[in-house]
Ligand binder design. Structure first.
Ligand code: 4AD
Ligand code: MG
Length: 478
């Protein structure tokens, strides 16, 4: 055993004063050759270590630099100084790892998020990213807890697939064929029968289709895993590799689906507020500081904590796509020609339209339902009007779309016809169609973009700052 160690978070509450303890962590600052601020990542709050004069020699003192790792044993005592309840009166100080102050990129000062993105391998050691990734963890844990409490089965859907779940063609190919000398068939096309899997394969864009197989046996399943999209979108909301949570429920219609999504989002936010209050308070202050530089009208109306409390305490707004388009057409923004993109029934709403609806009009999360079928995926259930499908998107203030879901087309004939119209190769999807052939049931599900909800809960404006190592067009460091 390396050693008995107490986590700094457990000491700061002040309940253990008088005890002999050992802590380990990294030096944030060292003042007056006497006071070390030590951090072990369990909380943003540092533990003050008091090293009395004469306890260590000068050579050791010189090695206590920002970033160095220490093992300290001593007594936890009430602190007389300002800013902390308790501190450690050191008995022994051991340097576990030196850190050359000249070369260490993280100095005890404020660094820009852009700079920290370039040293993403070290940014976990900052207050902002410490808070962000502890909140990310809390949300991930809450997600499993929510579904486990409801009796959903966690289904691991494949990462490598041979289908395009969304039919949008935004896939990363997976192959072991030589790029410069790929085998060709009689027509001169690449012969994938010679490839590793004997067919063309790609990284999954969604686990939904396999999730439906699970739901039509277990009744309720969820997936939580990485998904990949080769869409060339360089925005603050898109990643090429992101994590998605996809519940799928048998015996469920669109309204049940929307109800579950709203309950789910509120549950995980509440969990994070209860378990990571310190971190969210820190992020709340960080956001306020950042927004001070913005003109008044660009600042958020609510602080981060206020926003989260507000979301918990208010029902999400629900409108149909048709109603949403009417709201946009009648808006002052439209009349003053403030929208860059056109507005008319049938458009795929742009983020400026979504943000108008949630931030200016409703000022709360909005569930938009019943979209035109031509802008949605082949598997969505067709409504009786012949024009729309039983789809729902949830739009959140500051982010836009966080959830995309639908009731699925459970009627075999209608599904086959739609697949034909949309040129989805039905012969390769027999396994999927079998769910409709053998005991088909009304069913529905949705996908929550994990990084987008982490953005929402942490107030981080760039999605690259809520995933440990972001993959975006022309960028795959670490
Ligand atoms: O709306 P999408 O494409 O829906 C699906 O994939 C369905 N199969 C889900 C289902 O019904 N089971 O994606 C779902 C969510 C979006 O609402 C968004 O939050 C997130 O995934 N998302 C992305 N997040 C980060 N980067 C990207 N490139 C994303 N694309 C989608
Ligand atoms: Mg979508």
């Amino acid at each position: 055993m390396f050693n008995k160690r107490t986590k700094i978070k457990d000491l700061l509450s002040g309940e253990k004063t008088g005890q002999e303890i050992t802590v380990m962590g990294w030096v944030r600052t060292f003042r007056n050759n006497q006071f070390v601020a030590l951090n072990d990542g369990s909380t943003n709050n540092n533990l003050q270590i008091v090293i009395e004069l004469g306890l260590i020699d000068d050579a050791t003192a010189k090695r206590i630099t920002t970033g160095a790792s220490l093992k300290v044993s001593g007594t936890l005592v009430e602190s007389l100084g300002k800013g902390q309840k308790v501190e450690v009166k050191a008995a022994t100080v051991e340097i576990l790892g030196d850190c050359d102050a000249e070369k260490y990129p993280l100095q005890p000062k404020k660094h820009s998020l852009e700079f920290l993105r370039e040293i993403a391998h070290l940014r976990f050691r900052t207050n902002t990213f410490g808070a962000v990734f502890r909140v990310r963890h809390a949300l991930a844990f809450a997600i499993h807890r929510f579904f486990n409490e409801k009796g959903f089965v966690y289904l691991h859907t494949p990462i490598i697939t041979s289908s395009d779940a969304e039919g949008a063609g935004e896939m990363f190919r997976v192959t072991t064929l030589p790029l410069n000398n790929a085998p060709k068939d009689a027509n001169g096309n690449i012969d994938f029968s010679e490839d590793f899997f004997g067919k063309s394969t790609n990284l999954t864009v969604s686990g939904q289709l396999e999730g439906e197989l699970g739901a039509t046996a277990f009744s309720e399943i969820y997936t939580f895993g990485p998904t990949f999209r080769a869409e060339n979108s360089n925005t603050t909301r898109h990643l090429a590799e992101f994590w998605m949570i996809e519940p799928e429920m048998a015996f469920c219609d669109l309204e049940d689906d929307a109800n579950l999504a709203e309950e789910f989002i509120k549950y995980i936010i509440k969990y994070a507020l209860e378990h990571n209050r310190d971190d969210i308070e820190f992020l709340d202050t960080r956001l306020k500081d950042e927004e001070k530089q913005l003109p008044q009208d660009k600042r958020s109306e609510l602080g981060l904590l206020e926003k989260l409390e507000f979301v918990l305490n208010n029902a999400f707004e629900r409108v149909t796509y048709t109603e949403a388009i009417d709201i946009l057409l009648n808006s002052p923004a439209y009349k003053k020609k403030k929208f860059k993109y056109e507005v008319s029934w049938g458009i795929d709403m742009q983020s400026e339209h979504e943000r108008y609806l949630v931030e200016k009009h409703f000022k709360k999360p909005v569930i938009v339902t019943d979209y035109p079928k031509d802008i949605k995926a082949f598997y969505m259930r067709q409504n009786d009007d012949g024009k729309t499908v039983a789809a729902m998107d949830i739009l959140a203030p500051g982010i836009g779309e966080i959830v995309g879901g639908s009731q699925r087309e459970e009627r075999l004939e209608k599904l086959e016809t739609r697949m034909k119209e949309m040129h989805i190769p039905a012969e390769e999807m027999n396994w999927y169609l079998d769910t409709r052939r053998f005991g088909s049931v009304p069913h529905a599900g949705f996908g929550l973009g994990f990084e987008r909800i982490v953005q929402f809960v942490t107030g981080m404006t760039n999605i690259r700052d809520v995933i440990p190592f972001a993959r975006t067009p022309k960028n795959c460091e670490f």
